[in-house]
Design a protein around this ligand. Structure first.
Ligand code: ADP
Ligand code: MG
Length: 250
């Protein structure tokens, strides 16, 4: 579903991603951990067409990000084509970014209607089902300000799912939440994983990574330091940098 080969990304003179190689299989829950500033968010943004890589290759769902292949020639995607690709990728951020003047239901309906041109009735029916699925069937008419952080984040997940994405990217989805609200959000993510969604999850929730993750990557200073099954990496890290990081967060 995602493949990175020697992906480099710089912002001006700042070299942030220094040759990322990794592969995410369909239906896999792929967890990404690492210290602040190591390039995790930047990498997710590259996958989601929000940043352009400087060199290397990055594929999503078998296609090169940012390019269209015609014969053996590569053509850069136009903005419209990029927008079409981005519809297949759901992204959930640390901050929920809901539209404050819209109810939970309206937030979930917005993109399918405005971006995909879906009818309101169809979008509404799906949205009701999605709010139910994230445990908020009774909050459809609530505004974000009337919801807890954890509830808002679950609306944000429902909103991303409303576009029926092939891939979900989570960037520290529970980091801004009070501890007692984290579990409900992780439960929704666990359910998604059980339903077979391909997910890349940047998280500090090592319990989630261990129980739900199929693969775990430890990133530091723009490189992949260690990859493996979460249980192996978390209980028996091979590299000193991984050990040092885990000793601080576990
Ligand atoms: P992480 O998510 O692992 O904490 P980030 O990918 O957010 O790391 O950031 C990695 C580095 O890239 C940081 O030093 C950050 O300041 C820098 N960076 C991220 N986005 C930009 C940008 N748009 N312009 C300049 N520097 C950036
Ligand atoms: Mg980040």
């Amino acid at each position: 579903m995602v493949k990175a080969e020697a992906v480099h990304k710089s912002f001006g003179p700042a070299h942030i991603l220094k040759g990322i190689d990794l592969e995410v299989a369909p239906r896999e829950v792929f967890c990404l951990i690492g210290p602040s500033g190591s390039g995790k968010s930047t990498f997710l943004r590259c996958i989601n067409h929000l940043e352009k890589i400087n060199s290397g290759r990055l594929w999503v769902d078998g296609e090169l990000v940012g390019y269209r292949q015609k014969g053996d020639k590569l053509h850069e995607l136009k903005d419209k084509e990029v927008a079409a690709k981005r519809r297949d990728i759901g992204m959930v951020f640390q901050r929920f970014n809901l539209f404050p003047h819209m109810t939970a239901l309206e937030n979930v309906i917005e993109a399918p209607v405005m971006v995909k041109g879906e009818s309101k009735a169809v979008a509404r029916e799906r949205a009701v089902g999605l709010l139910d699925r994230v445990g908020l069937g009774d909050k459809a008419g609530s505004y974000p300000s009337q919801l807890s952080g954890g509830q808002q984040q679950r609306v944000a997940i429902a909103r991303a799912l409303a576009m029926e994405p092939k891939l979900m990217l989570f960037d520290e989805p529970t980091s801004a939440l009070d501890p007692e609200l984290v579990g409900d959000v992780l439960d929704v993510m666990r359910g998604l994983a059980e339903d077979g969604m391909t997910m890349i999850v940047v998280t500090h929730e090592m319990g989630f990574a261990r129980e739900v993750g199929d693969a775990l990557v430890f990133m530091d200073d723009g490189v992949v330091v260690e990859t493996g099954h979460p249980r192996d990496v978390l209980t028996n890290p091979q590299h000193d940098r991984t050990k040092a990081f885990l000793s601080k967060v576990l």
